[in-house]
Ligand binder design. Sequence first.
Ligand SMILES: Cc1ncc(COP(=O)(O)O)c(C=O)c1O
Length: 388
Amino acid sequence: MTPTEFRKRFPVLAHRVYVNSCSQGALSVDVEEAFALYLESWHREGSPWELWVAEVNRLRAKFASSIGADPDEIAVIPSASAGINAVASALDFSGPRSQVVMGTFEFPTMAQIWLAQERRGATIRWAEAERDVLPIESYANAIDERTLIVPATHVCFRNGFKTDVAALVRLAHDRGAYVFLDDYQRTGSGPIDVHALGVDFMVTGCLKYLLAAAGIGFLYVRRDLVGRFEPTMTGWFGRVNPFDFRIDRIDWPESATRFESGTPAVPNAYAALAALNLLGRIGAGAVAAQVGRLVERYHAAATEAGFVVRTPADPDRRGPLVVVDCVDPARLLSRLAARDIVASSRGTGLRVSFHAYNDEADVDAVIHALEAESALVARRQARPAAAS
Ligand SMILES: Cc1ncc(COP(=O)(O)O)c(C=O)c1O
């Protein structure tokens, strides 16, 4: 499937310049049909739970293969927060390793869940950013023999900075700490191989570049670690056989399903599987190539226009999101909306993000609109003229 064919699957693109996949992916006809299929199965069968649980397991297998993992390393969870909580609940902070090292680019839910572990004996140490860059050296200054785990966002939701995960894993593992990757702002925008990267845990969810709906996330746990953890945030779907209905004892299966808790969000599993199948038809490599081209075009044009671009120019240090500083984000967003452009903001940053369904005309439309609304966009200070 070519990017042009892919684009045609998303009706919203016929009347909007949609550059908000960092917040919510656009709705494809495939995902819409999957919801209808779920409803139809409910109408037809009444309560086809075996069929529905099988769909969730198909989703688990499909997601696993999309990140280079095996199905038994994947927990299907209702949100990224649920996966982070399940892992945190399994950790023991009473030993010599009680420290959590986090960068200041984390999404709030990641930071808040680990801050909550202070009640259970954890201590938090921050790896500090230098403005919109979080160098590995900041982690190197913070990770030591007391560090248990390093939760790290892959791409920052606020400025688009991309962490060098391979370097972070080397550093943390050398010092005996786990790495817990939050890939939410990247998954679906290009390939990843979790085994090759060596991360210990990874969490992500479906509503952004995975192009589905809220209610489904995924937790990857490296196979050799699974058996070491007994999450106390748990429930009947976290058992060896949920349909044993035992209330007198608890067990944890030898797979990542031990990190699951309650009944899965079946309608959203239908949607998520359809979206993954669609992404599979274009291919992760082709998605990455299209996204990379558009990010480069937008970044270069915004820089050329004199805007304050907060996302790195280095393609290795950025993902599908580019952030430009603005003067009045709410006003700018409503001006863009009046031009049928859907974007979002965090703080003073205007977030414009690309998927394989976007094209060059989308980039040019956003740049044109920002130039037309330039009073609302921050500009770089003109360089003082060189002394002659
Ligand atoms: C980096 C990152 N992590 C996590 C989340 C959301 O987590 P949850 O699925 O728990 O709502 C987001 C959503 O915006 C995000 O950008």
